[in-house]
Design a protein around this ligand. Structure first.
Ligand SMILES: Cc1ncc(COP(=O)(O)O)c(C=O)c1O
Length: 425
């Protein structure tokens, strides 16, 4: 039986993980390691965490039977773990609360974070507002454009959003910039990483906070399926890998349950324009840990592409690298087009607007369900809601989001340049 007791004391998941940092970060990382070791099993800390999850986040999140979809596909029953119903609209807040509670106990008044889709940034800004902490969020300039509703949400919550103009202007560049800030401000600053990446202890600590997702499913699924049954497959999308590890980790010892991580295949796994580190990458070091990364022959990180900002990352949490090599989890790719189709299906068939990230996981469930029996089941982690993505989807569908008359070829009388919206009429 494969145990889920990893990592070792130095943060190794088999040959992956560890702590590859510059000397300037050693003090900060040791301080964090000691603080987490002190509080991770502390009854007061755990009770406060549970209380916050119950009363502020709204946990446990429900499991929903997507009955119409299951009937239409004619195979396995599909269930959705509704992380989209959490306060702030995604799984990210589970981890942010844990880390912010640690920051308070460590006496750090300033919080920094990186964000891709903006969900981690919004969750961090939210908790900083609630705890009275200063908040700075680094976000790639490209992501600032494609996730603008979340940028404004962060600002409303009192955070400073700093666009990052370097590299591909996406998540990896935001992480680089946040690391730089941390090195310069270690005394008063806590870095809340939003996924199971980074140097030890982050991959373990973020996983521990996110494992609440899978732990809830372990008790919820037998109630849905009866007779102590667990799902035949658990599927989650993988950017850095935090919602996936959150739902996978408690299931690792349940060997009859397949664990399937879905990466962004972008324009195709063989197009060179994707973010599938586990399927097309190779072992290397990125952001402080050894894992699968997308790199060229010289070890330089290569550019990624995905329709969804939250999956657009050239690395992956080291525990996933280990789960892949041991064969305990499988990793597959879903293209932009397939994710978009799944997004629309979920809107129209179940009345749920999913995040584009989560749509990748749902798309794979739709792919494999027909080949399974109706008495089998698939549990999908619906990691977030899609309000942030409706502008992107509208653009891709060629729809003018605001239905501006100018975009319909009309010129509004008296509107001057013809670009004035309905509110200006
Ligand atoms: C809704 C949603 N799902 C999934 C992800 C991917 O992150 P992770 O792989 O860490 O769960 C993100 C990242 O921003 C997200 O916003």
């Amino acid at each position: 039986m494969i145990s889920n007791s990893q990592p070792d004391a130095n943060g190794h998941f088999g040959p992956y993980g560890g702590c590859f940092i510059s000397e300037t970060l050693t003090y900060a990382i040791n301080e964090l390691k000691n603080a987490y070791a002190k509080y991770q099993n502390d009854p007061d800390f755990l009770a406060e965490f549970q209380n916050e999850l119950a009363h502020y986040v709204g946990r446990p999140s429900p499991v929903y039977h997507a009955a119409r979809t299951s009937r239409e596909l004619g195979g396995a029953q599909i269930y959705l773990k509704r992380e989209d119903l959490n306060h702030t609209g995604a799984h990210k807040i589970n981890n942010v609360i844990g880390q912010a509670m640690l920051a308070r106990r460590m006496g750090k008044p300033r919080i920094i974070a990186e964000t891709g889709a903006g969900q981690h940034g919004v969750a961090t800004a939210t908790i900083c507002a609630r705890y009275g902490l200063q908040c700075v969020v680094y976000m790639g300039a490209e992501d600032v454009k494609r996730q603008s509703p979340n940028v404004y949400r962060m600002k409303l919550l009192g955070a400073t959003v700093t666009p990052v103009e370097s590299g591909s202007k996406t998540l990896k560049d935001a992480l680089n910039e946040a690391m730089r800030d941390w090195v310069a401000n270690v005394d008063n600053t806590f870095y809340i990483i939003g996924t199971v990446a980074g140097p030890h202890p982050y991959p373990m600590m973020v996983r521990d906070f996110q494992s609440v997702i899978g732990k809830e499913c372990l008790t919820q699924m037998p109630k849905m399926l009866g007779a102590e049954k667990q799902p035949d497959a658990v599927i989650a999308c993988v950017g850095g890998g935090s919602n996936a590890i959150g739902i996978f980790h408690p299931y690792i010892p349940f060997e009859k349950t397949r664990l399937i991580g879905v990466e962004a295949a972008g324009r195709g796994l063989d197009s060179g324009q994707h973010a599938a580190s586990l399927e097309r990458g190779s072992p290397g070091v990125l952001h402080g840990n050894r894992t699968y990364v997308l790199q060229n022959d010289d070890g330089q990180i290569i550019e990624t592409h995905s329709i969804s900002a939250g999956l657009d990352y050239p690395g992956v949490g080291p525990e996933h690298a280990w789960l892949k090599d041991t064969g305990r989890a499988e990793y597959v790719g879903i293209t932009d087009t397939e994710a978009l189709a799944a997004f629309h299906h979920l809107c129209r068939t179940e009345g749920i607007i999913p995040a584009l990230e989560s749509s990748h996981a749902f798309a794979h469930a739709m792919k494999i369900a027909p080949a399974m029996r109706p008495d089998q089941s698939i549990l999908v982690c619906l990691s977030g809601r899609g309000d942030k993505d409706i502008g992107t989807v509208a653009d891709l569908d060629g729809v003018d989001f605001y239905d501006r008359p100018s975009m319909r070829g009309h010129v509004v009388k008296g509107a001057g340049n013809g670009t004035q919206g309905p509110q200006g009429q």
